[in-house]
Write a protein that binds this ligand. Sequence first.
Ligand code: GLA
Length: 376
Amino acid sequence: MSSVSKDSVLQQFRDTYGYQATGVWSAPGRINLIGEHTDYNSGLCLPVALEQRTLVAVAPRDDQAVRIHSRQSEATYVGAVGEIGADWAAYPTAVLWSLAREGMTVGGIDLVIDSSVPVGAGLSSSAALTCSVALAVNDLHGSMFTRDQLVQVCIRAENDGVGAPTGGMDQTIALFAKPSTALLLDCRDGSIDHIPFDLHDAGFELLVIDTRVKHSLADGQYGLRRAQCVDAAAILGIPSLREATAEQAESLSDPILRARARHVVTEINRTLLTAELLRTRRFDDIGSLLDSSHTSLRDNFEVSCDELDVAVTAARVAGAAGARMTGGGFGGSAIALIPAGKSADVTESVREAFAAQTWQPPHFFDVAPGGSASRL
Ligand code: GLA
């Protein structure tokens, strides 16, 4: 992972544009402990912000030009306010477009982006980017919008600007995380609860295993799952699968819709149980819930892949208390909850399992729960 700091992004801004940025803002990536593919079903999820962050150095301009340099892509986008760029540039430009749509008089801007959040790894690099840009531009406009409103601005930027049908989990954790906590998010009413997540005190580590299989939310499978959930709820005559009972899910005659609904109903229940275990500091009992979550995502929701399944199995074999894919799936990352001292065994086991398949070696890092988007 590249070393990313306020100084390095300020230096890059000077090198790119020849003058000093007004300031630097940043927002975190995340893992989701549990509660996967539940956010767009008005369900519950339990994300944790990472210490890995996306930084943006920003200066307003007195014309309508928009220049954005990405250190990851080593490319500079040049356009105008209201235009939406392509590839990586779609995200920041869609935020400017979305802010304007909400009534902000957005002027031109120069931006430099740098990030330690791995891209396409299911760790919410998109929301880290959109939320850091949104907070920066909002601060430069006298904090016109609240953080709740910025969550909506960023969701709309991704859904309608970029065309990625993301739910609201990633934007909410990026803008509302608190260090050393997990965030229980109830997507039915938007309420949040910060639950202490003092892993190390409890004798555990949480390992991220980035399979390096790239995933994309814009490729159709994610949107298809969303549509299937909407269909299942419509057949049951309820506003969303949040309202479904296990019996209702099992009553669906279409086997695919039945499996999708089963996942959502059981996953919401697992999320509630996990939150309760965290509150009562019973970390030991969380592992089996992570395992069942993975099995359901693999078999009922069908969003896992061979690399994620192998990573999860190898982690468990080497002593992880539990492991599961995290994020949207179809590639990306798994997480493993590991009793302190067993981390090296787990990484070795996963590395060997990948080598046996002749897959590229995964990347590993420990989760250190970080804070929300802020000005640095
Ligand atoms: C992606 C989306 C989130 C959520 C997860 C699956 O990360 O951005 O909104 O739906 O997938 O839980």
